[in-house]
Design a protein around this ligand. Structure first.
Ligand SMILES: [Zn+2]
Length: 418
């Protein structure tokens, strides 16, 4: 009856361990005890979810620290160093660095991601070609949404528009803008939304990436999204400006974002590293409070952004670690708050990039299953619990054995957790 049964799985929303029966790549049944006969694996009472969703990552510019001499550690320097480095990107070079990060992400339980793809006259379509090949090669392991991205602006360099069109015509599944590098941010937003409408893809903006509480680009985006009828089709990343706004202004903008159904992706590692560089003490956190946005009805995610480059010279593509970092920085520690942080790297993140799916395994859905060495999503975030095995559409894609101690007293038997 089943191709495979995962036994003894704890899932959010169900009491006690359950068995998950998989058939034809989908979850076919969930019950406290399924019949024997199919190949099986025991989760031994551990937490099982459908894997994580990285709503915002840059695979193509990961792993370039050896080519960049970081001095100031500012956003302006990161943009300049990376712009210079990418002129030397080749498809082979991008593929190799991106693959390293992608493999790490998969073994950290990530099952879907949106990767921005630098698309401009410096790099041409080299990044797009490489990531398109990577997407095809890793399709059995991860769903990759490629977002053709104008990192360096548009209105002052319209050749970028033709390259974005070429990438979208060649299979890019979303389009990204960066108003903060454009001399005309509002026109930039309009040009990117034009492309989103023309190719019927979602749009995603790097926006408000500073700590000036004034001069937000978000009201212009909200107005454009409403006027064009693009509710639910647009998201933004960073929005660190929100962390500098007075509570009343923050709340007004949060309600506007909710009404326009614009998703917000917070990128704690990058915001913490780049923001507030002018402070000689008590540096601001510079991270938008996604938890408060969520309470106002905004779809929210927490994501990786960059790995080992001038924007973020750290990283391992682990989303459970990023959810933990977010919760630490946001000073959120109750069970409800930590559950919200878990949602921001799982079903909330899926919703932000238009791939709605529950975090808990569900009958009829694809059998994307990750075992974590934890008892719940909350427990996993609190302890940065490692994923130990994963299946994509019912096929096992990774195994990450737990550490073993030698010569110590044996641990209590696991069955005590059932
Ligand atoms: Zn980014």
């Amino acid at each position: 009856m089943f191709d495979f049964v995962l036994r003894g799985a704890r899932m959010d929303g169900r009491d006690g361990p359950h068995d998950i029966g998989v058939a034809g790549g989908r979850v076919a049944a969930i019950a406290p005890q399924l019949p024997e006969g199919a190949p099986e694996r025991s989760a031994e009472g551990r937490f099982v979810c459908t894997g994580f969703v990285d709503a915002h990552i840059h695979l193509d510019k990961a792993g370039i620290l050896d080519r960049c001499a970081i001095c100031a550690g500012t956003l302006a320097e990161a943009v300049a160093l990376t712009a210079a480095a990418k002129a030397a990107f080749t498809p082979d070079d991008v593929y190799r660095r991106a693959e390293t990060v992608l493999r790490q992400a998969i073994t950290h339980g990530t099952m879907a991601m949106r990767s921005f793809v630098e698309t401009d006259p410096r790099v041409g379509l080299a990044s797009f070609e490489a990531l398109s090949q990577l997407k095809r090669d890793y399709a059995p392991m991860i769903d990759l949404d490629l977002c053709a991205f104008a990192q360096e602006g548009l209105t002052q360099e319209m050749a970028t528009c033709d390259l974005l069109i070429a990438a979208l015509a060649g299979g890019a599944t979303s389009v990204g803008g960066c108003p903060y590098t454009d001399p005309d941010p509002v026109r930039h937003i309009d040009l990117v939304l034009d492309l989103a409408e023309r190719f019927a893809v979602p749009a995603d903006f790097h926006i408000d990436f500073d700590l000036d509480p004034e001069n937000s680009c978000l009201p212009a985006l909200v107005a454009a999204v409403k006027a064009r009828g693009l509710r639910g089709r647009v998201s933004v990343g960073h929005a660190s400006k929100l962390s500098a706004m007075a509570p009343e202004a923050f709340t007004r903008l949060a309600l506007d974002l909710a009404e326009a159904d614009i998703g917000v992706v917070v990128l704690p590692a990058t915001d913490l590293y780049l923001m507030g560089r002018s402070a000689d003490r008590l540096a601001p956190r510079g991270m938008a409070r996604a938890d408060r946005l969520a309470r106002a009805g905004v779809r929210t995610a927490v994501a990786t952004n960059n790995v080992l480059n001038p924007f973020t010279p750290f990283g391992d593509a682990s989303l459970i670690r990023m959810a933990n970092l977010f919760a630490n920085v946001a000073q959120t520690g109750t069970d409800a708050e930590v559950a919200a942080a878990f949602a921001m790297v799982s079903e909330g993140a899926a919703s932000v990039i238009g791939r709605a799916r529950p975090a808990a395994p569900t009958v009829g859905e694809p059998a994307d299953l990750v075992i974590l060495d934890a008892s719940s999503g909350i427990d996993a975030v609190r302890r940065i619990a490692p994923p130990i095995a994963g299946w994509k559409a019912g096929r096992q894609i990774f195994e990450r054995p737990l550490p073993r101690l030698f010569g110590a007293a044996p641990v209590a038997p696991r069955r005590s957790r059932h």
